[in-house]
Design a binder for this molecule. Structure first.
Ligand SMILES: [Zn+2]
Length: 325
């Protein structure tokens, strides 16, 4: 693995990284909007009831209103995670897939079977991410948990505000302020009420969902990068790099500098530490491959005589052939 090799693939790995980062930024905005929309709908309903002289109905209807709100959050988050996993798995496979198709093209080997293998692995990786269980919870359980947090905290604010004798319009404003600016923004205006609510409402209603999305998308990227690397016959390992942010934690620094004989931070697939190393981990993974021209030469030799390169023959039998049918 030398510098020329690196430069050949860095574009693909940067493209993959860019896809993931853009997704995360878009999801951050979308998640905030999902919670804002839910709080705004509740606020609107409270104002409507007041306007129509039904203020006394607010406590009666509250449970049903909150249930509807939680359901809309759950639906919107589920869709966001579903479409996000498709994109992050694609990003995780990008470098390996493009590199492999190029190599096969150069050696004049039909690349369609291998494209089918990538396609199947993509679907399997998305499925695996959606169904994996962590601490007894599936992804949909955790998304449901997020909608429940929103339901409970919005419910607690509304109930406390009504009990404190606040006008429904103020209650609506509090909800809108809380979802946008967090619990702290309410402290100056309603210090007693916020003190009573302490521990029952999160400082930022979106925080856990934002964190969950980043962690899940990074994990999908990592899972996809591993699965894809297995399909690339020139794969030598995966490099774990810290971000350039400068505030990398010690755990990630250690992972990115450990030398397993392939250079700092480069791991054989079965030796890879769990990625991401922690929530909000900004480290990135890229594939380390055999030098392109010499690998293409080996492929051409192997085509003439499969006994010359047993590693390629093994890849042909166990990977390539499975895409032929
Ligand atoms: Zn990290």
């Amino acid at each position: 693995m030398d510098i020329t090799n690196l430069s050949k693939y860095s574009t693909l790995s940067l493209e993959a990284r860019k896809k993931l980062i853009e997704l995360l930024l878009q999801q951050d905005r979308d998640i905030r909007l999902i919670f804002q929309r839910a709080a705004d709908d509740l606020a609107k309903e409270i104002r409507r009831l007041e306007r129509e002289g039904q203020t006394s109905q607010i406590p009666v209807l509250l449970d049903a209103m909150l249930a509807e709100s939680a359901m809309s959050i759950e639906d919107a988050l589920s869709e966001l995670f579903r479409s996000g996993l498709v994109i992050s798995v694609e990003a995780g496979m990008h470098q390996s897939k493009q590199a492999t198709l190029r190599i096969l093209n150069k050696a004049k080997i039909d690349w369609k079977p291998i494209e089918r293998v990538y396609f199947r692995k993509h679907a399997a990786a998305v499925e695996a991410m959606q169904t994996r269980v962590i601490k007894g919870l599936t992804l949909s359980d955790r998304i449901w948990g997020q909608s429940r947090v929103a339901r409970q905290s919005m419910g607690a604010i509304i109930q406390e505000a009504i009990a404190a004798g606040e006008h429904p319009y103020r209650v609506a404003e509090m909800l809108e302020g809380f979802v946008r600016n967090g619990a702290k923004s309410l402290v100056s205006q309603y210090p007693d009420m916020i003190a009573r609510l302490e521990g029952n409402i999160p400082m930022d209603m979106c925080y856990e969902s934002l964190r969950l999305a980043r962690t899940e998308m990074a994990a999908a990227f990592g899972e996809a990068a591993m699965q894809a690397a297995e399909i690339n016959p020139s794969n030598e390992g995966i490099r774990w790099s810290t971000s350039n942010g400068g505030n990398t934690c010690d755990k990630c620094k250690e992972i990115a500098s450990k030398d397993n004989g392939l250079g700092p931070g480069v791991y054989r697939l079965h030796e890879m530490p769990e990625y991401p190393a922690h929530p909000n981990c900004l480290c990135t993974l890229s594939e380390v491959v055999e030098e392109l021209d010499s690998f293409v030469d080996r492929l051409i030799e192997w085509q003439a005589n499969p006994l010359t390169h047993q590693d390629i023959e093994k890849w042909y039998q166990t990977v390539y052939k499975t895409g032929e049918f």
